[in-house]
Design a protein around this ligand. Structure first.
Ligand code: CMC
Length: 431
């Protein structure tokens, strides 16, 4: 039976249908609210607003649950790899053997960056911030492949398979080129290798010495990327949908999402975690000072890698990556004092009333940097790694928007609190 919600405003009752998702999430369908009542809902930051229906990712922040297309993140972490999970996130089903092979082939064929595109790097200073380079170069894919980026959903969807594989593969290649650019090293061209091995080859091979990734290293990188594959309507994914809803093509929407990811409260947090751990280490602190400062309530002194906009429980990705840290470091025969600091910090915070009462737990970024560091990826590249991993989620969300025949341009409203109408004051009369 269709449920309804009753809203009483100015003594008048209005009913609105209740929607229920496949996992039982409930929402009031308020699409006609303004038309019927003259009111809108005020929901700063959209924390209580469902901006879309989506069948990609299910997230239950209260219980620490994350599933892509119905599969738990724990099972995917154990059995899948990044390209397969990317396929699942984008197309909705795990690929069969032929589909997996064809997708891998498409990723390989589209890994290279054309010479003209490579020249973009010449315009960037040697120490240009990696995310600034990433967004502009990804945006330029629309200029280099205009036939795949028409700003016409129907045409763009006909070419979607190629554009999607190209985006995932090239974002990865561009990421490696950004690293080489910052280091002042010559670019290394992609080879016929599995996705993550190819990335490591493009990062670390030298003209005089090929880099052959240990299986453990490629596996750890697969895990890191897979952990980031999608995460529901976060800031960058909502940006992707918002920009895509205007009819903007896949590549330009991706550039916007990358910019949204660059902020320290979103994708930039993994870098901030490492900086925090490093300064605790450099100052020979045990973390107590950081924890005390974080309790001050200032945004600039937060315990980075802790808390989440939707998880009020352990971020399941943090559990998986936290456990993988020990395994990876052991397999690589490395130890990292920052891992010990992170563990101590976690234990101290989990016992502290401030963090307990606010339900602040480690998030995905708390441990991911330690693994990336062990793989030789520098801190300033961490957010780029996040972007490479998140590309399937952004692409899948863009596809949902583009292929929705009833889709509308995203256009929230506001409560205006500025000056009321007033007369223009000529310059000579102004104080
Ligand atoms: N350290 C100290 N206090 C915190 C922290 C933190 N990391 N996070 C939240 N709080 C406090 C906050 O000050 C507030 O306190 P009060 O109730 O006294 O005002 C309370 O906890 C509730 O926080 P909130 O404002 O509801 O949290 P939010 O949903 O606005 O913010 C967040 C979520 C992730 C931006 C925030 O927890 C944060 O800044 N964390 C550190 C940055 C970080 O690790 N970001 C990565 C997020 S995971 C990657 C991704 O998906 O993008």
């Amino acid at each position: 039976m269709q449920k309804h919600a009753l809203i009483k405003i100015d003594d008048k009752e209005h009913t609105f249908p209740v929607m229920t998702g496949t996992e039982g999430e409930k929402a009031i369908d308020a699409r006609n609210l303004r038309k019927e009542t003259g009111y809108i809902f005020y929901d700063q930051g959209y924390g209580n607003t469902g901006s879309c229906e989506s069948s990609i990712t299910y997230l239950d922040g209260d219980n620490g649950v994350l599933r892509h297309r119905g599969y738990t993140i724990e099972e995917l972490a154990e059995h899948s790899d990044f390209p397969e999970t990317a396929y699942l996130v984008i197309y909705g089903e795990l690929p069969n053997a032929a589909q997996r092979k064809a997708f891998g082939q498409l990723l390989r064929e589209n890994a290279a960056i054309e010479t003209q595109m490579q020249r973009i790097f010449e315009g960037f200073p040697k120490d240009a911030p990696p995310m600034a380079m990433l967004s502009s170069i990804v945006g330029s894919l629309a200029a280099h492949y205009p036939q795949l980026a028409t700003n016409n959903f129907e045409k763009d969807l006909q070419q979607f398979d190629l554009a999607a594989a190209m985006a995932i593969s090239k974002i990865r290649t561009i990421g490696a080129m950004i690293y080489r650019h910052n280091k002042g090293l010559p670019f290394v061209h992609p080879k016929d290798l599995p996705f993550c091995n190819n990335f490591l080859h493009m990062m670390f091979s030298e003209p005089y010495q090929e880099y052959a990734a240990l299986p453990e290293v490629a596996k750890a990188l697969n895990l890191i990327l897979l952990m980031h594959a999608d995460h529901e309507q976060n800031c960058s994914t909502s940006t992707m949908r918002m920009v895509g809803s205007s009819g903007a093509n896949l590549f330009t929407s991706l550039a916007a999402a990358i910019n949204a990811l660059s902020g320290p409260l979103h994708g930039g947090a993994n870098t901030a975690v490492m900086q925090m751990l490093q300064s605790i280490h450099d100052e020979n602190d045990d973390g107590t000072r950081f924890i005390e400062a974080a309790k001050g309530g200032s945004k600039s002194s937060r315990l980075m890698g802790f808390g989440h906009a939707v998880y009020r429980n352990f971020d399941p990705r943090a559990k998986i990556i936290g456990q993988a840290c020990d395994v990876v470091l052991k397999k690589l025969g490395k130890s990292d004092p920052l891992l010990d600091i992170a563990k101590n910090l976690e234990q101290a915070a989990l016992k502290d009333d401030y963090f307990i009462s606010r339900k602040l737990y480690p998030n995905v970024d708390f441990y991911s940097g330690i693994i990336m560091r062990a793989l030789g990826i520098p801190t300033n590249m961490f957010t780029v790694m996040f972007a490479i991993g998140r590309s399937p989620g952004w692409i899948a969300n863009w596809r949902e928007v583009a292929s929705n025949p009833k889709g509308r341009i995203y256009r929230p409203r506001q409560i205006y609190v500025g000056p009321v109408k007033r007369a223009y004051v000529p310059l000579a009369n102004r104080k």
